[in-house]
Ligand binder design. Sequence first.
Ligand SMILES: CC(C)(COP(=O)(O)OP(=O)(O)OC[C@H]1O[C@@H](n2cnc3c(N)ncnc32)[C@H](O)[C@@H]1OP(=O)(O)O)[C@@H](O)C(=O)NCCC(=O)NCCS
Length: 305
Amino acid sequence: MDTSDEWIRVRTGIEQRRWITEGETGVGLGKVAATEALAMAGEPASALDAIIYATSTPDHYAPGNGVFLQRELGLATIPAIDIRMQCAGFVYALSVADAYVRSGTFRRVLVVGQEVQSTRMQVSSEGRNTAVIFADGAGAVLLGASDAPGRGIAAFDLHCQGEHAEKLWADGPSSMIRLERWPEEIAAGRFWLQMDGREVFRHAVVRMPESVRAALARAGEPIEAIKLLIAHQANLRISEGVQKELGLAETQTYNNIQHYGNTTAATIPIALDECARAGRLSQGDLVVLTAFGSGFVWGTCVLRW
Ligand SMILES: CC(C)(COP(=O)(O)OP(=O)(O)OC[C@H]1O[C@@H](n2cnc3c(N)ncnc32)[C@H](O)[C@@H]1OP(=O)(O)O)[C@@H](O)C(=O)NCCC(=O)NCCS
């Protein structure tokens, strides 16, 4: 691939990325994250009432990864729902889990964000604008009802704009292409992830701050109240742009894209986990999660830790 470490660091901030090896699977990554989230919460898997699983790169065409994770965790018949909202997948999955908990339908919901991008990357000069960015990973949270005053999810702001669908997309595998024709369509490059990087960048730095402001307004919180903003780790320059636009100090944000690249639906739960384990979050802190990606889809979650 015609690229350089310097080009990648300067444009994206990425220094390392992690790709699965032969035999590893997306659900395998999801299981590790789920198991660690359950351990952190001090709950057995049997305490779960449902799984909401965000991924845009499932292990199989059907059924979804959530179903396989349910089996892997040894849970007999609890529902598992896959969410396909790409980089905003985790925020959307949280919104679904939150609605279930609020309505009383489920008490404890496992929310997973997991992605395996590496196996479908075009690792060549032609695919260098995406191959250097995307990577594999998983993160998970356990969402449950709580009586603690001042804690929990306060508001969401969710959007999509299909007008821009082809600016970051994977045309195939597709049910519009008969299976016999897949080899020729693959050869024609139709299955590669396609990205207009400049357009993605331009929209991302506007939409995420806009969405953060809308979600905060809905929660009745001022920007100054933000203890921690975790923006989807698409590109360090995008995250810095969002921070600047919102007038936040570096200490109010967290970035780890340097170590993992863009793991799509997994970036926010991985960052949240690192912040929690590093002691950066205390009970009652105002945390804002915001994401933007393929669709375009974007959204924000405001919560009190
Ligand atoms: C991808 C991105 C880093 C490219 O940076 P950019 O400054 O916009 O660069 P351009 O796409 O205009 O390309 C500039 C040149 O760099 C080249 N280039 C692209 N990827 C490269 C790579 N990995 N190494 C070296 N050169 C590369 C391009 O081919 C182009 O060359 P040309 O001028 O000869 O045509 C940038 O657009 C970006 O980060 N966009 C957002 C992507 C993103 O976050 N996606 C996920 C969203 S969820």
